[in-house]
Design a protein around this ligand. Structure first.
Ligand SMILES: [Fe+2]
Ligand SMILES: [Fe+2]
Length: 132
């Protein structure tokens, strides 16, 4: 399983975005805890729903920020968000159908988070700082 510790590698320097990213990782930690402590499938699925909804909220929040600062790659970034929600829902269904394991699902979510944050979200912050 991936390391879920927050690291400065993920830091964009924009407080609101960083806090939301930390919350996202925290929900993943909660899912792992629920699984370890009582393996309550229903509770795991409820927390996964929370993760998907939180991702949607966070993406909208980030998209609003991109629009506010006239971020040039806004459309492309928005598409990446859209694609992730789609994939998260597909993986969630696969999990419900027992086609994949919980650790596979969580690895997918964490890997996506790490790559997207480091490669894409940081670019928004760089653009923002260059404007000030
Ligand atoms: Fe993003
Ligand atoms: Fe983000």
């Amino acid at each position: 399983m991936n390391n879920l510790e927050w690291s400065s590698t993920y830091e964009t320097g924009i407080g609101k975005i960083d806090n939301q990213h930390k919350n996202f990782l925290e929900i993943i930690t909660t899912i792992q805890k629920v699984e370890k402590e009582n393996s309550d499938v229903k509770k795991v699925m409820r927390t996964i729903n929370e993760l998907v909804k939180y991702a949607q909220y966070h993406f909208l929040s980030e998209e609003n920020f991109m629009e506010e600062i006239n971020y040039p790659e806004f459309q492309l970034h928005k598409q990446l968000h859209y694609k992730l929600i789609e994939l998260l829902n597909i993986e969630k269904n696969n999990l419900e159908l027992n086609q994949i394991s919980l650790s596979h699902f969580l690895d997918f979510a964490v890997n996506w988070f790490k790559n997207h944050t480091v490669n894409e979200d940081k670019k928004i912050a760089e653009f923002f700082r260059a404007q000030i």
